[in-house]
Every structure is written in C-alpha cells, then in structure tokens.
Ligand binder design. Structure first.
Ligand SMILES: Cc1cc2nc3c(=O)[nH]c(=O)nc-3n(C[C@H](O)[C@H](O)[C@H](O)COP(=O)(O)OP(=O)(O)OC[C@H]3O[C@@H](n4cnc5c(N)ncnc54)[C@H](O)[C@@H]3O)c2cc1C
Length: 403
C-alpha cells in the first residue's frame, strides 16, 4: 500500500468530525485516527461567528472545540488546509488535492454544508460574503471597522443573526428578503412580524417581499437592485440564503445521495465502512419516523460522536433528538422536533412574542416545540414528542420564565 493508513479516517474538521474522535475513543483507545480538514484552522464552533464574537461575549481564541493537547492526547493526526478530492470506496482510500492517498478501515464523511450563492447578475462579485467560516468572520470584522453600512440578504437564521450582530456594532443595516416576514420557515407569522418590529425599533431597515435582482459595484461599495425596483447602496453585502449539503465526495464514491448523504440508523452510508454525520447527512429521525437532514449544532455534535462510536464497533441506532437554538437580540429560543411554519402552531405565551412555548402540531399530535426565552425545557419537550402527546398537552409546569 503506497500512502498513509488510518484505522479511522475523518474527512471534515468541523463539529461532527472532531466529535467523532470522542466517540471512537470511548471504545477504542489505540486505533489510529486522522482528520483531514479543508479549512486552515483547528476545529471550531460556528454559532459564535454570528453571535458572541460580535457581542464581545467571546473572543476568537474561545471558539476552538479543543485545545491542541486534545488531539495529541488522543493520538489524532490533524491535517488542516487540505481538501479531499475523491474517494475510492472499493480499495478504501481517499485522494487529497495533491494526489496523495490516505487509506482507511473506517471512513467518516463530516463534510458539512456550503452556502448557497446568489444566481443573479453580480452575485459573484468580489467581496460579497457568503457567510460560513472563521475566515469569513475575520474578513467581515476587518471590513466593518472601515464600513458604515451593510446589506444583509436573507431573513432566515444567518441573515437575521448577522443583521443583529452588525447593528450592535453600529453598522447601518438593511435586510432584503423575498419572504413575507422574518424567519418564515420556522416562526408563525405573528411572531415573525413582532421580531421584525423589534429589529426596526433598533434601526434596521427591512425590505421584504422582494429579493435581490442584481448587484453592481459602486466605488468601494455596492448597489443592490431588488425585484421590487428598489435600490440599496451599501459598503458591505452579506448573504445568508441557506446552505447545501457537501455531497460531492460521496457522489464520487458512488454512495446514495439525495438532499444529503443517505445514511441508515447506524449512520452508515450505502457502503457499510463509510459513515456520514452532521449537516451533510440525511438520516432516519426515529422519534419522528421520517428521513431528515438537520443543519444544527447539537445534531452535528451528537451524530459525530455516535458515528465515531459505531465506527469503533458500538453498532447502535441513532435515536437522539437534536435541538437547535438561535439568538435575535434579546429573543432567544431552543427548539426540538419538527419545526415548520407550515404546521399548525399553538402558542402558549406567558409574555407575548417574548416568553413562552410554541407547539408544532401535525394530525393532532405534538411533533415539535420551540421554547422562547425559556431554558432547560428541551428534555421535557422531547418527552412530549416521543410519546406523541396530543395537541392540548403542555409542558409542566406551564411556560414560566422563572422556572
Ligand atoms: C454563522 C453560523 C451560525 C450558526 N449558528 C447556529 C445556531 O445558533 N444554532 C445551531 O443549532 N446551529 C447553528 N449553526 C449551524 C452549525 O454550526 C452547523 O450545524 C454545524 O457547524 C455543522 O457541523 P458539521 O461538522 O456537520 O459541518 P461543518 O461545520 O460545515 O464542517 C465541515 C467541515 O468539513 C470541511 N470539508 C468539506 N469538504 C471537505 C473535503 N472535501 N475535504 C476536507 N474537508 C472538507 C469543511 O471545510 C468544514 O470545515 C450555525 C452555522 C453558522 C455558519
């Protein structure tokens, strides 16, 4: 065999990839582990990139998932700044960009997701941020120190968080999105509109019901022309218009892919020695009895760990119910289960649009719950979903900010 060999080879140095090390080491203290990551950074947490790094609650040195000693102690060879180009599933090796082979006994694809880009004239202009990485944060941070205004395209998770982050750093922010209200995929309309009002009260301009139609350069900044005929001049453009799962490698290996890399309940792909976990994996969500792909921190953390354990021989089905969270100025939430504004939503507010629980109902059964400014209630919400609670059931005690 000409090349490098690992018992466990992990492609992707993000949350799922680095968490897999923990899962492997629970069962196998000796097997060789390598992580190959395309980014030129040790594995780090992404949520602070749009939140605490901007509010000053965290600094860059705080966001790394592990110290260097963790990798040393666990005998992990961490190869960063190296993109894997292809997988040969039959002969069990991957090839990196330099053509070097890395052989494996078990392989984990933890390649995450990549931002969608704007398919409009000017959508590929230099300097537009498709925000995802620490490198994006560093460059945006540097640019904000010399900028006054920003256009944020997209009213979902990333757009709404980045808009808030820039505003608290005194940037004049205009949000542009095609939907009728902010975070329209998860919030009921009245909550979305209430959040929009709180954004506007903080001086954020909102252009909704219209997407960007074209972007052009203007001096050192940009002009964004919207589909409703408006024009916005800004120093910066940041787009948060969703991500797509990184499936090219899996495709190169002939693995089944759809919206993500298809895995079974053990997080194995259609090649049993190749696993996938995190934002790239489409998995059977057991409690909801459906296939899903999640783009959330807790999902990547737990799937990564679980896949690591299974690669090391645990062979246990993944039954965990990941939660997700977001912070929009003072409005924060944790949510679990199936969360979609297309479902029937029952709101149990203690303080309207601030503190309470939203129950997401399908066919008279609670399928998801969003706890707004209420903390440590996720496990109870999981219980409701697991036992298929009826639409009238509530968390006990009911929503209270102070419990
Ligand atoms: C700004 C931001 C804020 C977020 N905030 C929240 C939040 O508040 N709550 C929440 O629940 N979730 C949040 N998320 C989502 C969460 O961070 C992701 O779900 C999580 O990072 C997914 O982890 P992952 O390991 O699957 O993928 P990633 O974190 O995307 O890591 C994948 C890694 O694999 C590398 N890679 C890809 N292809 C290759 C290749 N061919 N060769 C080598 N390396 C490769 C990539 O470069 C990347 O480093 C946020 C995400 C972002 C970007």
């Amino acid at each position: 065999m000409n090349g490098h060999y690992s018992d466990y080879l992990i492609i992707g140095g993000g949350l799922a990839g680095s968490s897999a090390v923990e899962g492997i080491r629970v069962l196998d203290g000796d097997g060789s582990i390598s992580i190959i990551g395309a980014e030129n950074a040790y594995p780090y947490d992404r949520p602070p990139l749009s939140k605490k790094l901007w509010s000053g609650k965290k600094h860059v040195e705080d966001i790394f998932l592990h110290e260097e000693a963790f990798y040393r102690k666990n005998g992990v060879e961490l190869i960063i700044g190296s993109r894997t180009a292809a997988i040969n599933a039959a002969d069990k090796f991957v090839t990196d960009a330099a053509g070097e082979r890395h052989y494996f006994a078990k392989l984990l694809l933890a390649t995450g997701a990549v931002p969608r880009t704007l398919d409009i004239p000017g959508g590929n202009l230099d300097g537009i941020f498709y925000y995802r990485t620490l490198d994006d944060y560093t460059r945006l941070r540097q640019r904000t120190s010399e900028s006054r205004s920003a256009a944020v395209v997209g009213g979902g998770f990333i757009g709404s968080e980045i808009a808030a982050a820039l505003r608290i750093n005194n940037i004049d922010v205009t949000m542009i999105y095609p939907s009728r209200y902010m975070c329209d995929r998860v919030f009921p309309e009245d909550l979305g509109r209430a959040i929009e009002r709180s954004y506007e009260s903080r001086g954020i301009h909102i252009l909704k019901d219209q997407g960007p139609a074209a972007i052009e350069r203007s001096g050192s900044g940009y002009i964004i022309h919207t589909s409703a005929g408006q024009s916005v001049a800004s120093d910066l453009v940041i787009a948060g218009i969703g991500v797509k799962p990184a499936v090219e490698l899996a495709e190169s290996a002939g693995l089944d892919t759809g919206d993500g890399i298809i895995v079974n309940e053990y997080l194995q792909t259609t090649q049993p020695d190749i696993y996938a976990a995190g934002d790239n994996a489409r998995f059977p969500y057991q409690a909801l009895e459906r296939q899903m792909r999640l783009e959330h921190w807790d999902s990547a953390l737990n799937q990564g760990r679980h896949a690591g354990g299974n690669m090391a021989g645990a062979h246990e089905p993944f039954t965990y119910m990941p939660y997700f969270f977001s912070d929009l100025f003072e409005f924060g939430y944790e949510a679990v289960g199936e969360i979609s504004s297309q479902m029937a939503i029952v709101a149990d507010w203690q303080k309207p649009y601030d503190t309470g629980v939203l129950y997401y109902i399908r066919n008279g059964i609670v399928r998801g719950a969003m706890m707004c400014n209420l903390w440590n209630r996720v496990e109870e919400a999981r219980g409701l979903i697991r036992r298929k609670a009826g639409a009238n059931e509530r968390l006990h005690p009911p929503a209270r900010a102070d419990v």
